[in-house]
Design a protein around this ligand. Structure first.
Ligand SMILES: [Zn+2]
Length: 252
């Protein structure tokens, strides 16, 4: 039995499902523990409900998605369109890392279409580095033993803010778990339903499948997800995903 833990730390509810739920499903099958977290509670995700009401709905949707992989879910306490590299959110992000005690952390890429995503990327990168240091403050949990491996997901449209293709270190073939990815995404019913009403088709799930298929085409498989590892000084350079999912990883 593997005793490793992956923490998928997204910005908004459903970012993790779009970008890395297939890989999480494969890691779960390989015996890993899965922990999901978000920086925000999805406060801007409704045109009918107020901030607190929609947050309650969306955090329950996140927990349901994590439960598909028998995983835990943690909200870091930030809010939609309010994510900044502040000392308050730094401490809360460190606390989530200390709670999950991950071997591997997956988060948003450094350049992406929303500043919330970019700030999340910075916060999580910072938290991985600071979480083992006893004098780095965090509200509740004890320091971890060492810096976890850090991997970035794809950006929206696989492009940075200048429209250039984002770097890809490796692809994961998720063809065998695309239904699990869809099941996790479908837990976010509040978002899926209004898109379905608006577009007249199940655009939420279809968008995810188009994105996964576009990455699959690059990787030479039906559906894939793309990742790049953070290889800055002080972070582990071992590719834990490639080690765990040998048969599914396609190096870029
Ligand atoms: Zn997002």
């Amino acid at each position: 039995m593997n005793d490793q833990t992956v923490l998928a730390f997204g910005c908004h509810p459903d970012d993790v499902e779009f970008t890395c739920a297939g890989t999480l499903a494969l890691l779960k099958r390989a015996g890993w523990r899965v922990h999901l977290a978000t920086l925000t509670g999805g406060e801007c995700g409704s045109i009918e409900l107020g901030r607190e009401a929609i947050r309650k709905v969306r955090l329950a949707e996140c927990a349901a998605s994590a439960a598909v992989l028998d995983g835990e879910f943690t909200w870091a306490g930030g809010e939609d369109l309010e994510i900044e590299f502040s000392s308050e959110l730094r401490a809360r992000t460190v606390d989530v890392i200390r709670k999950a005690r991950p071997d591997l952390v997956i988060t948003q890429p450094p350049s992406d279409y929303m500043i919330d995503h970019e700030e999340t990327s910075k916060l999580v990168r910072h938290a991985c580095f600071g979480a083992p240091m006893p004098n780095v403050p965090s509200p509740e949990f004890e320091p971890i033993d060492h810096v976890p491996a850090l991997v970035y997901t794809d950006a929206m449209d696989s492009a940075d803010i200048f429209g250039r293709a984002v770097p890809v270190g490796f692809f994961v073939d998720i063809t065998s778990v695309i239904d699990v990815k869809a099941e996790m995404l479908a837990c976010h019913a509040s978002q899926r339903d209004w898109l379905r009403r608006h577009h007249g088709v199940d655009e939420y799930i279809e968008l995810m499948k188009r994105q996964s298929a576009a990455r699959g085409e690059r990787a030479g498989v039906k559906y894939a997800e793309a990742f790049t590892q953070h290889l800055g000084h002080g972070y582990p350079h071992t590719n834990l995903i490639a080690e765990a999912l040998t048969d599914h990883v396609v190096l870029a």
